[in-house]
Design a protein around this ligand. Sequence first.
Ligand code: ADP
Ligand code: MG
Length: 207
Amino acid sequence: MATTADLLALLEDMNAIIQENKNYLTELDMPIGDSDHGINLARGFQAVVDKLPAMEGKDAGFILKTVGMTLVSTVGGASGPLYGTAFMKAAATANGKTEISQEDFLSMLTAAVDGVKLRGKATTGEQTMLDAMVPALEAMRAKTGDASPSEVLSAGLAAAEDGVERTKDMIATKGRASYLGERSLGHQDPGATSFTLLFSTIVKRFG
Ligand code: ADP
Ligand code: MG
């Protein structure tokens, strides 16, 4: 069970991992995009952390909605509206909640994935962030039952990491990388990578 104070601490972790991997994410976006994914997310998560004081003592719905709106207005590119939508959709499942159970978290992730699919008009196999998000969610759903919360989260992370690897075998059909057609083959998707980094902070803190 996570509290809203844990959620605020998690946002600091998310910002830290994005700042640490800013250059890496931007380098991944170089051959198949416009070399800005790390820069975009670093700007966005810094803006999120700057707003932490305004989120203190609020419920999870308010916090996640603030994160989503901040990302939409500061990240830019394709990933800004997509990550923004993910957090805002997760927020809608968390209104009024001050504690988050594993079941709540699965509902949030489900809403986030559905939101990204709808907003990006995309599905799996198109070399996008969904190729990490969907496997993570499916692996977690498959694990629930008698598995511990930590086992469920670890299964999600392993599936996301595997999904990132698999993007190298895909031809991009959405976003900037799709302009390259078959030349996108062999490249690791920046968005799938950033999702997996963000997800790893959840696993580290709550797993
Ligand atoms: P831009 O491509 O506009 O420069 P970013 O570089 O910040 O934006 O983000 C690129 C990432 O966004 C891609 O690696 C991919 O994961 C994700 N992305 C792009 N288009 C879509 C889409 N339609 N659906 C899902 N994810 C997408
Ligand atoms: Mg880009």
